[in-house]
Design a protein around this ligand. Structure first.
Ligand SMILES: O=C(O)[C@H](O)[C@@H](O)[C@H](O)[C@H](O)COP(=O)(O)O
Length: 248
């Protein structure tokens, strides 16, 4: 780590490379999940796609510390509404990177339905099913987030109805500006009920969004600015993504 900033509830950690960011985040994820299991018996997490999100899962497959995988409730922050075997599915990538290699309890793996699943191509029915799975008292111990250059997190893009949602936990997106157009996503009410929200962000193309979030931008302009944990918000950044932050 080169430099960082910590307040009571929020941390910005800056690493020389994305690989170091991922390796530290994986170790801390293992410790946080194990601590949640120690305290509450079960841990509940929301996974993310993206390069760093999947690299973190791969790191956990190699070394997951004291996590008891049979006592982890696993959800996803968002999913592309495509067939289950489409390589674009976050679920498929997570299975290949981690879930196929550790002893998860299949009943605790809460998959966002695919477009060829039990609800077929009906995205609203699939969305309602995920809403049912994410019941109103689901609280994530850790919600992982990747971020796009325009500040999107999950499938919450700038100036969209999904990003404006203040009540429902899950919504369908049918016109995502980033392909594929159809997605199902968790929204701010459930993200911000998480105990810890972690951003995994690398690359110069993310620097403007990182700086906007740090400056307290509106979530409608920069969705990443609207996400925080009730206990902790952690930004894992590489130097390039942190380049536009004011020097402290
Ligand atoms: O749903 C998607 O279209 C992407 O998966 C996206 O949300 C991704 O998570 C971020 O853009 C960060 O991705 P990187 O970490 O690979 O930059």
């Amino acid at each position: 780590m080169t430099r960082g900033e910590t307040t009571d509830r929020s941390e910005r950690l800056i690493f020389p490379t994305a690989a170091e960011l991922v390796s530290t985040a994986a170790k801390r994820f293992a410790a946080t999940v194990a601590a949640a299991q120690e305290t509450r018996g079960l841990a509940t997490v929301a996974l993310t796609g993206g390069s760093n999100g999947i690299a973190l899962l791969r790191a956990l497959a190699a070394d997951s510390g004291d996590i008891d995988w049979s006592r982890v409730e696993i959800y996803w922050g968002d999913e592309r509404f495509v067939p289950a075997n489409d390589p674009e599915r976050n679920e498929l990538q997570a299975r290949e990177a981690l879930l196929d290699h550790v002893a998860v309890d299949p009943a605790r793996v809460h998959v966002i339905p695919a477009s060829d699943g039990a609800w077929g191509d009906d995205i609203d029915a699939a969305m309602r099913e995920y809403r049912r799975l994410v019941c109103h008292n689901t609280v994530f111990d850790v919600h992982l987030l990747g971020m796009g250059g325009e500040g999107h997190i999950n499938s919450l893009f700038p100036h969209t109805a999904a990003t404006a949602e203040d009540y429902e936990s899950v919504v369908a997106v049918t016109d995502s500006p980033k392909p594929p157009p159809r997605r199902i996503t968790l929204t701010f009410p459930v993200i911000n009920a998480s105990r810890e929200v972690w951003f995994l962000v690398s690359g110069a193309e993310k620097a403007e969004a990182v700086a906007a979030a740090a400056a307290g931008a509106s979530r409608h302009d920069w969705p990443c600015a609207g996400a925080s944990g009730t206990e902790r918000t952690v930004w894992f950044l590489d130097r390039a993504a942190a380049a536009d932050l004011p020097t402290s």
